[in-house]
Ligand binder design. Structure first.
Ligand code: AMP
Length: 546
C-alpha cells in the first residue's frame, strides 16, 4: 500500500537524524546576520573565501588529523564511494558463506557465486565503475584462477577433496574477494583545515603573491554523542593563513580578527587563552616540544603520580602525554597543576616567537590570558596555540580553537617551508552565545502587506508588489483574496509595517490607501507616488541592532 493510502496514524513521519537539526525562521535571520558580519570582518582583514567540497578522501583526514584522535578513530562519517551494490551483496554472501566440502550442491553454489562475481567485477572494471588499480587487477586474476581451478577440481567429485584442502581454497577465495576495492573511501569533512591545505597544494597557491589568507563557512560532520552545543552536523567559520612567513604579527592579526568578530556580536563574556607549544624535531635539529614531552612522560611515569591518574590519562602517558594536560577530570587537576609547563621549556627561538606574539597582541589591545596547559596533541601543531571559551555556554564552553601548524603543508605532500596558522569557530555555539548575550536582535520584517480585494484589484496588486520588491522591500502578496479584516489581522501577525490596500474604491478612484500598522495612520496616495513614499527614511531597513 502506498504511504498516502494508509490511514493517518499508520503513515510514517520523518524526523531529522539524531544530532542534526533544522534552523528555521526567525532564528535563521540571526544566522544570516552573523555570517554576513563574519564575512565583512574577515574581508576587512583581506581574507578571501574558499569553498571546498563537503567530502574528501578519508585518507586526507586520517593523515592530517591523525589516526589516534577520537575524531578520526570513531567520529567520521565514512563510506565507500561506488554504485556496485550488487557486487557488494555478492561479496558479502561469499564472505559469510560456510560451504561443506562433502556437499556437491553447496560447493556448486559457491563456485557459481564466485564465477558470477568475477564476471560482474570484470564487467564493472571494463566499464570504469570499479577502480583499475594494480591491486584490483591482481585480486581479480587470483579469483579467476581460483574459480577455474575450483571448478575443474571440485565438480563433480567434490568429496574427493579433503576438508582441509577445501577450507584452504575457500579461505583463498575469501581473501581475494575481500581484497577487491570497489571504490574510494570517502568521508564527510569533520573539519576544514585539511581540505583548505589540500586545495592550497592542489592549485599551487604558494606561487601566488604573498600569504594566502583564506576563510570558510560551512557544515562539518562528527559522529559525537549529541547534547546541547554538540551536534553531528554543526557549522564552523574558520580562517587560515598559509605562506612562507611565521611572523608573530600574522598570529596576532588572526586573533585580533577573531576578537573583532566577537565584539561585533556584542559578546563580552569570553576568555582568550594563549600558549606556545614549542617546535617539533626537524632534520637539522631537535625541537623543544619532543624534549619537553620526554620530560613530561618521565614525570608522569613516577609511581606516586602515575597511580593517581585515571585510566585514560595513564594510557596517554605512553601514547600522547601532552593530552594529559588537557584532562578535565576534577581529581587530576591538582596533579596537573604541578607538572612541568612547556612555557618553561621552550627553546630560544620559540620563546622569542611567543614573547613577540604577546607584544603584538598588546599593541592591538587584544586582552588575553596565558594558559600553560593549553596544548594540541598533534605533531604538526607548533608554537602559537589559542582557544576562546565563554562561560555563558555551559558545559560545551569552547567557542573556538586555533593554532600554528607549520608542518602540515609538507606532510600532505606540498612544498617545503610553507607555514600555516588558523582557527575554527563553532557557529552553533556562537549563535547560542549571541542569544544569551541578548544584545543583537536580528529579525526579518515584512515591509508591506498587499491587501487586495476584488478581481479588478488583483492585476494592480501583482504589478505593485513587483515594483516594491524591485525597490528591495519585503512584500507579502496573498495568493487568494482575503476579507479586509482578515488581511489586516494577517498583516499584524506577520509584524508587517505597512498595509497597501487595493480594493474596488481604490481602483475606481485611481488612488491607493496605505495604512501604517504601528499607529493605524492611513493615507491616500497616487500610484506614481508609491515608490517615493516607501523610499527611506519612511522605510529604512533596520539591521539587527542594539
Ligand atoms: P575543533 O575543530 O574540534 O577544534 O572545534 C572548533 C570549534 O568547533 C569548537 O570550539 C566548537 O565551538 C565547535 N565544535 C566542535 N565540535 C562541535 C560539535 N560536535 N557541535 C557543535 N560545535 C562543535
Amino acid at each position: 500500500m502506498s504511504e498516502a493510502a494508509k490511514p493517518e496514524n499508520e503513515r510514517r513521519k520523518f524526523r531529522a537524524i539524531k544530532g542534526t537539526r533544522d534552523i528555521l525562521p526567525p532564528d535563521s535571520a540571526l544566522w544570516n546576520w552573523f555570517e554576513k558580519t563574519a564575512r565583512g570582518v574577515m574581508e576587512a582583514y583581506n581574507f578571501g573565501e574558499i569553498r571546498t567540497p563537503i567530502f574528501e578522501e578519508t585518507e586526507l583526514f586520517a593523515r592530517s588529523i591523525g589516526g589516534e584522535t577520537d575524531v578520526v578513530s570513531k567520529e567520521m562519517y565514512t563510506f565507500a564511494d561506488h554504485s556496485l551494490s550488487h557486487l557488494e551483496w555478492m561479496r558479502n554472501t561469499i564472505l559469510v558463506r560456510r560451504s561443506s566440502h562433502d556437499d556437491p550442491i553447496d560447493v556448486n553454489i559457491l563456485i557459481q557465486l564466485v564465477d558470477s562475481f568475477v564476471s560482474h567485477a570484470e564487467a564493472a572494471t571494463s566499464e570504469g565503475e570499479m577502480p583499475k588499480t594494480s591491486d584490483n587487477a591482481r585480486a581479480l586474476d587470483r579469483l579467476r584462477a581460483l574459480s577455474d581451478r575450483t571448478a575443474t577440481f571440485l565438480v563433480p567429485q567434490t568429496a574427493a577433496m579433503g576438508k582441509e584442502e577445501f577450507e584452504l581454497y575457500a579461505n583463498q577465495i575469501r581473501a581475494a574477494v575481500g581484497a577487491l576495492k570497489f571504490g574510494d573511501l570517502i568521508t564527510l569533512r569533520p573539519e576544514a583545515t585539511a581540505s583548505v591545505v589540500r586545495a592550497y597544494i592542489e592549485h599551487g597557491m604558494h606561487t601566488r603573491p604573498g600569504d594566502q589568507k583564506l576563510y570558510y563557512i560551512g557544515p562539518m560532520f562528527r559522529r559525537e554523542r549529541p547534547q546541547k552545543g554538540r551536534y553531528r552536523q554543526f557549522y564552523q567559520i574558520g580562517a587560515e593563513v598559509l605562506g612562507t612567513s611565521d611572523a608573530p604579527a600574522i598570529d596576532a592579526e588572526l586573533i585580533q580578527m577573531l576578537t573583532d568578530l566577537l565584539e561585533r556580536c556584542q559578546i563580552e563574556k569570553y576568555t582568550l587563552l594563549i600558549n606556545s607549544i614549542g617546535c617539533p624535531d626537524t632534520p637539522e635539529r631537535k625541537g623543544c616540544r619532543p624534549k619537553y614531552v620526554e620530560l613530561l612522560r618521565a614525570k608522569l611515569r613516577e609511581p606516586e603520580i602515575f597511580s593517581k591518574l585515571g585510566a585514560d590519562s595513564q594510557r596517554r602517558v605512553e601514547t600522547n602525554p601532552l593530552r594529559v594536560m588537557d584532562s578535565k577530570l576534577p581529581e587530576e587537576q591538582a596533579i596537573i597543576e604541578k607538572l612541568p609547563k612547556i612555557s618553561e621549556h621552550l627553546c630560544a627561538d620559540c620563546r622569542e616567537h611567543y614573547e613577540k606574539l604577546k607584544k603584538e597582541l598588546k599593541l592591538r589591545e587584544v586582552p588575553f590570558t596565558e594558559s600553560p596547559r593549553l596544548v594540541r596533541g598533534l605533531d604538526y601543531y607548533m608554537r602559537t596555540t589559542f582557544e576562546i571559551t565563554s562561560p555563558i555556554l555551559g558545559a560545551q564552553n569552547a567557542l573556538c580553537g586555533g593554532g600554528r601548524y607549520d608542518g602540515l603543508v609538507e606532510m600532505l605532500g606540498g612544498p617545503k617551508g610553507i607555514k600555516g596558522i588558523g582557527f575554527a569557530l563553532g557557529e552553533d555555539r556562537l549563535i547560542d552565545a549571541i542569544q544569551e548575550a541578548k544584545k543583537v536582535h536580528a529579525t526579518r520584517t515584512v515591509d508591506v502587506f498587499v491587501a487586495w480585494m476584488g478581481e479588478r484589484a488583483y492585476p494592480t496588486a501583482v504589478r505593485l508588489a513587483h515594483v516594491l520588491r524591485e525597490e528591495k522591500h519585503t512584500v507579502e502578496l496573498p495568493p487568494d483574496e482575503m476579507k479586509f479584516r482578515k488581511a489586516l489581522e494577517r498583516a499584524d501577525k506577520m509584524g508587517a509595517r505597512y498595509v497597501l490596500i487595493i480594493g474596488e474604491d481604490e481602483i475606481a478612484s485611481d488612488m491607493l490607501t496605505i495604512k501604517r500598522l504601528l499607529d493605524g495612520k492611513q493615507e491616500k496616495i497616487s500610484e506614481e507616488a508609491l515608490v517615493d513614499f516607501f523610499r527611506p527614511p519612511v522605510l529604512t531597513k533596520e539591521g539587527p541592532g542594539s
